[in-house]
Ligand binder design. Structure first.
Ligand SMILES: [Zn+2]
Ligand SMILES: [Zn+2]
Length: 354
């Protein structure tokens, strides 16, 4: 084994680390460093943490303290297999102290360092909370319905979709996904939205569940620092007809199944499928809803016809037997009266009837 002399202490050694013997190397080695006092910037309202120029949502203040320490801890670049153990404790609502132990391998040798620091909590208002309290908004979402007024149920569904979408956008990091104001009017609902992006996602989510269309248009809102400030108006139009509506078009009675760009439905007379564009149903009339269905007694069943006791007139009437017709056990079948004619509900709608 060749032995050399350590230039620092003069002792014989088999290996040199950074030009000195092992003992001399570890004498001045600093594994980890941490400032004695560090600041954690926290939003007093939502608990978000400010770091590297931006606000990020955090679960609680302990997490903010831990992340602040991690950000300020510097560990020697030669360290391998690093383990860090942080034990924070709260002294006052504005101050934490923490012991930090770092264990790591350096040149195959495990060494440790114990450090302590004081964390001062600086509470301020994040950009989202100050914008929210200041009534900030980038977009207005106007929820209306085509040729009618949205029902309370529909608006409640819209608000549920709005909440879910906002939560999803916030989880994705859109901190301006919030509603500043909600105004109920005779025509529908106006929502003032923090971010244009979340407004667009809300419109798409509403259409996916309820059908309808939306357009977006910028409008001049005012001036700020000599520049024109625009806001985006989202005009959301719920469909003219909703699922379960019965419409009359060219002497056909159709139960509406879905309406987006096209309307799909079922013909009440023969259960055939109906599909039409918005232009094609321009003259369609709303004549009822499957909610108005009632049960009627089935008197007899023939090969192609059914004889039913009309629950409105108490006379027996013959109706065409739908293909795949199966009698229910109690011998009652849901029927609906539209413009003095009696129709069986198409099979797919029966389960919705109660
Ligand atoms: Zn030495
Ligand atoms: Zn905040």
């Amino acid at each position: 084994m060749t032995s050399t002399i350590c230039p620092k202490c003069g002792k014989g050694t088999t290996i040199l680390l950074s030009g000195v013997c092992r003992e001399c190397f570890f004498q001045n080695f600093v594994l980890a460093q941490l400032p004695q006092v560090i600041q954690a910037r926290l939003c007093a309202t939502c608990g978000a943490r400010f770091a590297r120029g931006r606000w990020t949502d955090e679960d609680d203040i302990e997490t903010v303290v831990l992340k602040t320490i991690e950000d300020n801890l510097s560990i020697h670049e030669a360290a391998e297999d690093i383990e860090v153990c942080i034990a924070p404790r709260q002294l006052t609502p504005h101050m934490y102290k923490a012991e930090v132990e770092v264990v790591a391998a350096i040149q195959g040798e495990r060494i440790n360092a114990v450090l302590s620091t004081e964390i001062r909590i600086i509470r301020e208002s994040c950009e989202m909370c100050s914008r929210m309290s200041g009534g900030y908004f980038e977009g207005i979402l106007q929820i209306r319905a085509t040729d009618r007024t949205p029902t309370d149920d529909e608006l409640a569904t819209c608000l549920r979709i709005v909440d879910m979408t906002i939560d999803r956008m916030r989880a994705k990091g859109d901190r301006l996904a919030f509603i500043t104001e909600t105004i109920r009017s005779k025509e529908g609902l106006d929502l003032y939205i923090g971010s244009v992006n979340s407004g667009r996602h809300i419109c798409k989510a509403i259409i996916e569940e309820m059908g309808g269309t939306f357009t977006e248009s910028p409008s001049l809102f005012g001036q700020k620092d000599g520049r024109e400030v625009y806001r985006i108006t989202f005009s959301m139009r719920l469909p003219r007809f909703t699922p379960g509506d019965i419409i009359s078009i060219r002497n056909r009675k159709i139960v509406v199944k879905h309406m987006e760009k096209k309307l799909t439905g079922t013909d009440l007379a023969d259960s055939s499928r109906f599909i039409a564009t918005e232009d094609e149903i321009a003259l369609a009339k709303h004549v009822g809803n499957i909610r108005d269905a009632v049960n009627a007694v089935l008197v007899s069943e023939e090969e192609h016809e059914l004889m039913i006791l009309d629950p409105f007139t108490f006379r027996t009437v013959n109706v065409k037997k739908p293909s795949g017709f199966a009698i229910t056990e109690d011998e009652e079948i849901p029927v609906i009266r539209i413009e003095d004619a009696l129709f069986l509900l198409p099979p797919e709608w029966k389960k919705n009837d109660n």
